[in-house]
Design a protein around this ligand. Structure first.
Ligand code: CP
Ligand code: NVA
Length: 307
């Protein structure tokens, strides 16, 4: 039973729950294409809080909720009292009295826990410093569309501390898949976070390995994934990270070491010429627009099942 459940990190879900979200994402896509979307959120209100900018997440979640017959209230941080110092706990208590669910893009993952605990509503993580679960669901939906299975070796090249990379690792760990991460030693996940992934991987038989050499990491992969080198909120350490990550740009030359059938993925927004060259992200192997479209169906699935 998923009603009332929060989706803050894929590690909090069971394999069966993740599969339910994915299966319904595929159904929602068919429903949208056949103009037959169920009104599962009729009469429901969902508050969507944004502490950071967003294009895909904002558009996909707001569209998802309205297409399902619900109403989304977009609350940019600057428009609500949170920006004037009202505690997040108080914001959560008020939302808990008025709306039926919350989605939030937050600077600190801790804020999501407070929103959940003080509102008693289901809360969806729309990206935090730690993770981006809706992105990983849409990404693995895309992988299955391309290859007919989730089980294809994936290489993440770039920032090993990245929030999107963490959600991909969480998915791989939960589902017992294979992932190779090409990242400098200094950018491997923090020990406490890695421990969570490693323990889950041990239970499921997932294989997640780190490589200093991006050519080694990418070898034989069917999926090549990267994300920006400087995430929102990291601007201060941006130059240092760019320096460390310079050898990890996804170029056409690097792509030659992946499988000839490999697809290129990026959660977007991208910085062309920095983490990926234009001829890769705009080239034949790139599936980034399919990923972006699939964000709609994963959002429809998740909000429909939990609110
Ligand atoms: N991928 C993603 O979440 O994009 P936005 O920051 O535009 O929402
Ligand atoms: N890692 C990026 C992802 C944006 C969708 C960030 O947090 O800014």
């Amino acid at each position: 039973m998923l009603k009332g459940k929060s989706v803050l990190c894929l590690l909090d879900l069971s394999k069966e729950e993740i599969e339910k979200f994915l299966n319904l994402s595929f159904t929602m896509k068919e429903d949208v294409y056949s103009n037959n979307v169920p009104r599962t959120l009729e009469g429901k209100r969902v508050a969507l809080i944004f502490e950071k900018p967003s294009t895909r997440t904002r558009v996909s979640t707001e569209s998802a909720i309205s297409m399902l017959g619900g109403h989304a209230l977009i609350l940019s941080k600057s428009d609500i009292q949170l920006s004037r110092g009202e505690p997040i706990e108080d914001t959560a208590r008020v939302l808990g009295r008025i709306v039926n669910g919350i989605g939030a893009r937050v600077l600190s993952h801790e804020s999501l826990l407070k929103l959940r605990d003080y509102s008693s509503l289901p809360v969806v993580n729309l990206l935090s410093n730690l993770s981006h679960p809706l992105q990983a669901l849409a990404d693995f939906m895309t992988i299955k569309e391309k290859f007919g299975t989730y089980d294809k070796p994936i290489a993440f090249i770039g920032d090993g501390k990245d929030n999107v990379a963490f959600s991909l690792m969480a998915f791989v760990a939960k589902m017992g898949l294979e992932m190779r991460i090409g990242t400098p030693k200094d950018l491997r996940p923090k020990d406490n976070l890695w421990k969570l992934i490693e323990e889950t991987a041990e239970d499921t038989g997932a294989i997640i390995e780190f490589f200093d050499d991006p050519y080694e990491a990418i070898r034989g992969s069917y999926v090549v994934y990267t994300d920006v080198w400087v995430s929102m909120g990291e601007e201060e350490i941006g130059e240092k990270k760019k320096e460390l990550l310079r050898p990890y740009k996804v170029t056409k030359d690097l792509m030659r070491y992946a499988s000839t059938k490999a697809i290129f993925m990026h959660c977007l927004p991208a910085v062309r010429g920095e983490e990926v060259d234009s001829d890769v992200i705009d080239g034949k192997q790139s599936v980034v627009w399919d990923q972006a479209e699939n964000r709609l169906y994963s959002a429809m699935s998740v909000f429909s099942l939990i609110v």
